[in-house]
Design a protein around this ligand. Structure first.
Ligand SMILES: [Zn+2]
Ligand SMILES: [Zn+2]
Length: 388
């Protein structure tokens, strides 16, 4: 693999796809061409966002004049050391490559973004090629930009396609298009007559005049604090443990517990409604749960394997609803006392067991949640239920 004539310094927390987009822009070529010239398949398979095998990793590093460590720092797989939904011990998969499939707790076919961050930080290089498309935006537990104190966006405000939506199994849309800048929407515009080349939406995702209004100040203060704590836990040098359901648990287990608790909140709604920190967050979750019930309804009458639990186990698409759900889950888990944890979670577990026994068993299995959450939500022998 021959080195490219010029390359770029990776930005902190930049994704591989974001780096390829900036590098293509710098060299005046297409992302597909960059992939091919760095030894990656030119269709850039989705899985390469998550993990590269040694051959691809060293080839890419050499061609882009980076160290192998810099390249693995652009992948999602290393985040699994702290993030349970990407950790094989807490998210069992037959092969490592399957980690990103059927895993709604990592965004692979789209991303969230902060328009201000994407516009760049004012340095010369970012003025030219934009800021980083960040890795943390691919984790649904990231819903707010701490730097700019705003909720993230999840779609193009021009065409409403999810941001960086990946059609087919490619990590980047319009791979051969060399006319778009890294912060422009690459989704195809509305259907056009046959024979004509499809054009890109090309909306600038850094435009801020169309952004929806922020929620009230008290709600933003709550969400900022929740997000700050979660980002601290995801940092490589962050704390080793977090309090979950009556005891400190390793950080990846805490994120697994949040995932399970969010599903319990949705499936047992409104059992946990009192744990909303503000009226706005409670109202947002009312609407979110109504939409999940509406999604699950038609599945009840479909033939074959029922997937009626599915609408309840994914994080919300909208960043405000995500923040609301995570705040509530964190409030439920945040106690030092195992008895208190059991008391808080009991109404959810009871309602969940009544509504969906299969999901209740699935969410509480040992390979899915921490030991302390398991103790807080496990079924007691019949004679002890009365005193618990
Ligand atoms: Zn930002
Ligand atoms: Zn668009």
């Amino acid at each position: 693999m021959r080195p490219l004539p010029r390359s770029l310094e990776p930005l902190p927390d930049e994704t591989l796809t974001g780096f390829v987009l900036r590098l293509a822009h710098r060299l005046g070529t297409s992302p597909g061409e960059i992939a091919a010239r760095t030894g990656l398949p030119s269709r850039l398979p989705l899985g390469f966002l998550h993990h590269l095998d040694d051959e691809h990793l060293t080839g890419f590093a050499r061609a882009a004049q980076l160290t192998p460590a810099e390249v693995s720092g652009m992948l999602l797989a290393p985040l699994g050391e702290r993030y349970g939904p990407l950790n094989p011990a807490l998210t069992p998969r037959r092969t490592p490559a399957r980690m990103i499939y059927d895993n709604p707790w990592v965004l692979t076919r789209s991303t969230r973004y902060c328009p201000h961050c994407l516009a760049g930080d004012g340095t010369a290089i970012q003025n030219l090629h934009g800021g980083a498309w960040r890795r943390l935006w691919r984790l649904p537990v990231t819903f707010l930009c701490l730097r700019h104190q705003c909720l993230l966006q999840h779609q193009c405000l021009g065409c409403t396609t999810p941001a960086q939506f990946a059609p087919a199994a490619n990590a980047i849309a319009r791979l051969t298009d060399d006319t778009l800048r890294p912060w422009q929407c690459r989704s195809n515009a509305r259907p056009i007559p046959l024979q004509q080349r499809e054009t890109a939406c090309a909306a600038d995702l850094i435009q801020i005049d169309l952004l929806p209004a922020a929620p009230d100040a008290a709600t933003m203060t709550v969400l900022f604090e929740v997000q700050r704590q979660l980002i601290d836990l995801l940092a490589a040098n962050g704390p080793e443990t977090a309090m979950s359901a009556g005891a400190p648990v390793p950080v990846p287990h805490y994120f697994a517990d949040l995932r399970a608790t969010v599903a319990m909140i949705f499936r047992s709604w409104p059992a946990a409604r009192d744990y909303a920190s503000t009226p706005c967050l409670a109202a947002v979750l009312d609407a979110e749960c109504a939409s999940r019930i509406a999604q699950a309804e038609p599945l009840l009458n479909t033939p074959g394997k029922k997937k009626t639990s599915k609408p309840y186990t994914a994080p919300p698409t909208e960043c405000l609803a995500t923040g609301a759900a995570l705040d509530m889950a964190a409030n439920l888990l945040n106690t030092h006392d195992p008895v208190d944890a059991r008391h808080r979670l009991a109404p959810l577990v009871q309602r969940l067991r009544e509504a969906d026994l299969a999901l209740s068993t699935w969410l509480r299995r040992p390979s899915w949640i921490s030991v302390s959450l398991r103790q807080a939500v496990m079924d007691l022998p019949r004679n002890r239920r009365a005193v618990a």
